[in-house]
Ligand binder design. Structure first.
Ligand SMILES: CC(C)(COP(=O)(O)OP(=O)(O)OC[C@H]1O[C@@H](n2cnc3c(N)ncnc32)[C@H](O)[C@@H]1OP(=O)(O)O)[C@@H](O)C(=O)NCCC(=O)NCCS
Length: 190
């Protein structure tokens, strides 16, 4: 006959295992939602934790003006754990006013990486593009990002997972980090 305390230990262990399993499932299925400017603080926190460069007020002021559908947070258990900010910008060399989606920042907190969250964020932007490619985003031809030459994780992520192509090396793109160089990665969208 099990004693009360051994029953208690048993049910505590069951509860603990269920909790861990649920957490694992939730991390696999994070919510990706549109954020609004009310969430500037969370965005700052994620960017500070994910990037070696610090973004100033002008960056966050620009973010406020972006199409909300091009800036998303990933949530886990009520907290923002990743974010993507994308803008539409003209392709400078394009003679007929074509434009591109430019990924300004994409970051997932280190503890939550390798669970498909970064992919979900990029995918949500591509899905929005697909839904608006004949509407609001009819001038957009490609998606592009700058990636520090040493950031192998990000390069692998964009190239292997999303089919971006490695383009030009831009020397001394970053002012305060080493190495200061980056590659342009781009993917044709149409
Ligand atoms: C780049 C970055 C955003 C990727 O985020 P992430 O959430 O780890 O991305 P994902 O989990 O979708 O993909 C990463 C890897 O996890 C794997 N993965 C995806 N879903 C998975 C799952 N459910 N279980 C286990 N692994 C999984 C992917 O296959 C991928 O592996 P790969 O390297 O073999 O392609 C993240 O590393 C980061 O924030 N880096 C710092 C900031 C940065 O450099 N940003 C990019 C420049 S803007």
């Amino acid at each position: 006959m099990p004693t009360i305390s051994s029953r208690l230990v048993f049910w505590r262990t069951v509860w603990f295992l269920i909790h861990i399993r649920c957490a694992q499932c939730l991390i696999k299925y994070p919510t990706v939602a549109i954020f609004t400017q009310h969430y500037q603080k969370q965005l700052k926190k994620i960017n500070q934790a994910c990037f070696p460069v610090s973004y100033g007020d002008s960056f966050y002021n620009d973010v406020k003006k972006l199409d909300e559908n091009l800036c998303k947070f990933a949530y886990y258990s009520g907290s923002a754990i990743g974010a993507i900010c994308t803008r539409v910008e003209p392709i400078p060399e394009s003679p007929n006013g074509r434009s591109r989606l430019y990924i300004m920042t994409l970051g997932v907190l280190a503890a939550y990486r390798n669970h498909g969250i970064g992919s979900k964020l990029v995918q949500s932007i591509i899905e929005y593009y697909e839904s608006e490619k004949d509407g609001k985003l009819s001038t957009v031809d490609e998606i592009m990002v700058h990636t520090q030459t040493s950031n192998m994780d990000a390069m692998k992520f964009y190239v292997d997972r999303f089919g971006f192509e490695k383009g030009e090396l831009v020397e001394n793109y970053y002012k305060r980090i080493d190495p200061p160089h980056c590659y342009i990665l781009r993917k044709k969208l149409r």
